[in-house]
Design a binder for this molecule. Structure first.
Ligand code: AG3
Length: 594
């Protein structure tokens, strides 16, 4: 909306969200909207807020309350450091507010500010001089007009703190919100250094802080969320996400802050070490415990010569939803109404999908939720439903953003059986095994044999969690459908059956926002879910036919521009009962993009 006439008054309404906004009365347009070559800049004046800097329709600061943001982003990391900072790098921050606060620390020898947009610096200096408050005359201050993502590469190991005072991850700041940028920030830090980044309004921009949190968590040694609220950033709680190089930094941050603050004698209006103890602990805890999804994969031993019919399997899928307390989305999708040997049935559920196929006397089911999963209930229900004595189970954490060895540790392979004593409940009747950890080179070697090529099973499943994917590719139903129906069949040599089904029902939910896609295959199925929030995709491909696994993994990573993948190879439609042997043939490995 921007500037709007209301009667004989001029108002400004922020243009950040499609569906909510805030506004204020404007007493004077100080700098009318100017195209800087990077963004549109405007400086307004209001009786309530003083002068206001607006970039691309979004309020960046007001003279009245800028102190809140600038004090928190500058002092929180500086006081938390174990020893006084000497060199600070600011990325963005062209108005000078962050540099002003940093330069109040008397041990600081040098502040480098990399701002891409010279017009922001010049116009703020001219029209809002109180923000930069003379920093340009400070001999310790050094301004570089250039792209922060590039400037930072020349600063390896030089900085005690890197403060990223950017606009939102739309427009020119987009490149400051991805893992490769965070990697170069870590490289620029000295040991025990801290970075901090503005990561948006927690409620109104629900993907931003968690998204940066995930990336910083993976790149740095520790991560914290710092929260404050001001008036100009609409929507209540606002976040800064911080990363440390060194494991102890944040653990000691609270103690350091109190000590350093007292010693420094800097008077602050908004920052206080008394409220840094646990910055936003509940939000942090939620992120730590949160995982994207969880899956139980079962090869269920069907009794006698039982061959569940289509209707029976449909009912299984409906009732499974009830057992795991998930709503079904749409009707089940089947590859063949006969539902014969190896044919697939898939039922979307509100966060992902469950699916079924049968090989001989094994009913092979996958129950996957992008939420927590009541595993015992799911297993209990399926065994009971099919009247099965036992099942071989693979319990997998999905999208956990963890190290490969931790993902392996959290993957369990075991045999489950219905309790014989009571009507309900299951027992784990074998030892719990873990998948075999291998190098991707083992799986990619020309002499590698898939489980069914070694007569261990009728089919196999390739499961992939691919991280750090490209937002534009994974957020679009057409591009994911194209991958499943064109790219994947080309890479695998497997024949697609019918059209891909790529709904975006997950978009309604914050955590699972993103499309899903089912591509049935002549001899299997490819089911995947795409997370706009976590920039991650989860893929399950069941196939009776061998294909070049390397080509498929590399093709998917290339197409979605993923950086790392955790993959499992699981034998399906088991022909052996030896659980140790099954575990030994369930492989886990990671793949890095070259
Ligand atoms: N930079 C952060 C502005 C964030 C506005 N975004 C929002 N309200 N979601 C401000 C620059 C001040 N130096």
């Amino acid at each position: 909306m921007g500037l709007v006439k209301k009667g004989n008054k001029l108002w400004f309404f922020e243009d950040l969200y499609r569906d909510v906004t805030y506004g204020f009365e404007v007493s004077r347009v100080v700098v009318p909207e100017t195209d800087t070559g990077f963004q549109k800049l405007m400086i307004l004046e209001s009786d309530r807020f003083g002068r206001v800097l607006v970039l691309d329709g979004i309020v960046q600061l007001t003279e009245e309350d800028e102190g809140i943001y600038h004090e928190w982003i500058a002092h929180w990391p500086l006081f938390a450091l174990p020893k006084p900072a000497e060199h600070v790098l600011i990325i963005g921050g062209g108005d000078g507010g962050v540099a002003r606060e940093v330069l109040r620390h008397k041990y600081i020898k040098k502040v480098t500010m990399a701002e891409i947009d010279k017009v922001v610096v010049d116009l703020c200096r001219e029209h809002m001089p109180s923000i930069s408050a003379g920093i340009f005359d400070d001999p310790r201050f050094d301004l570089i007009i250039g792209d922060g993502a590039e400037v930072i590469r020349a600063m390896k190991g030089k900085c005690d703190a890197v403060m990223i005072d950017s606009t939102d991850p739309i427009g020119p700041a987009k490149s400051l919100f991805n893992t490769s940028f965070y990697e170069s920030v870590k490289d620029a830090l000295k040991e025990d250094g801290i970075t901090i980044h503005q990561t948006g309004a927690l409620i109104l921009q629900p993907f931003e802080a968690p998204g940066s949190w995930r990336q910083i968590e993976r790149t740095f040694d520790d991560v914290r969320v710092v929260q404050f609220a001001n008036v100009s950033y609409h929507g209540g709680p606002f976040s800064l996400t911080a990363g440390s190089k060194g494991k102890r930094v944040f653990r000691d941050a609270d103690r350091n802050a109190k000590k350093n603050y007292k010693k420094a004698g800097i008077k602050t209006s908004w920052y206080s070490p008394e409220i840094t103890a646990y910055p936003y602990p509940e939000f942090q805890k939620r992120l730590e415990l949160d995982k994207y999804g969880e899956e139980i994969v079962m090869d269920i031993e069907l009794p006698g010569r039982k061959r569940p019919t289509l209707n029976q399997v449909k009912k299984w899928s409906r009732d499974t939803c009830k057992a795991i307390k998930m709503l079904a989305y749409g009707e089940p999708i089947v590859s063949n109404p006969e539902l014969g040997e190896g044919d697939t049935l898939v039922q979307y559920i509100e966060t992902s999908a469950i699916n079924y196929r049968r090989f001989g006397d094994k009913a092979c089911a996958n129950i996957f939720t992008c939420a927590s999963l009541p595993v015992a209930e799911a297993t209990d229900f399926s065994l009971d439903y099919f009247g099965a004595g036992s099942a071989v189970c693979w319990h997998l954490p999905r999208g956990s953003f963890a190290e490969l060895k931790d993902v392996r540790k959290n993957t369990a392979i075991y045999k489950a059986a219905l309790k014989t004593t009571e009507a309900h409940g299951i027992d784990i009747v074998s030892q719990k095994y873990r998948p075999k950890l291998v190098e991707s080179a083992v799986v990619f070697a020309p002499d590698f044999r898939l489980p069914m090529e070694r007569s261990l099973s009728s089919a196999f499943e390739l499961i992939m969690d691919i991280y750090d994917c490209d937002y534009s590719r994974i957020s679009n139903c057409d591009t994911v459908a194209r991958w499943a129906s064109v790219e994947f069949p080309k890479a695998s040599g497997l024949a697609a059956l019918g059209e891909p089904d790529a709904p975006d029902f997950g978009h309604a939910k914050k955590k699972t926002a993103g499309p899903s896609v089912i591509q049935l295959l002549e001899r299997g199925s490819n089911i995947s879910h795409f997370s706009m929030n976590w920039l991650m995709i989860v893929v399950n491909i069941v196939s009776r036919e061998a294909y070049p696994v390397r080509k498929v993994i590399e093709n998917a990573m290339r197409y979605f521009r993923g950086k790392t993948a955790v993959c499992w190879i699981v034998p399906r439609g088991l022909k052996t009962h030896n659980i140790a042997d099954i575990a030994d043939n369930t492989l886990i490995f990671s793949v890095e993009q070259k």
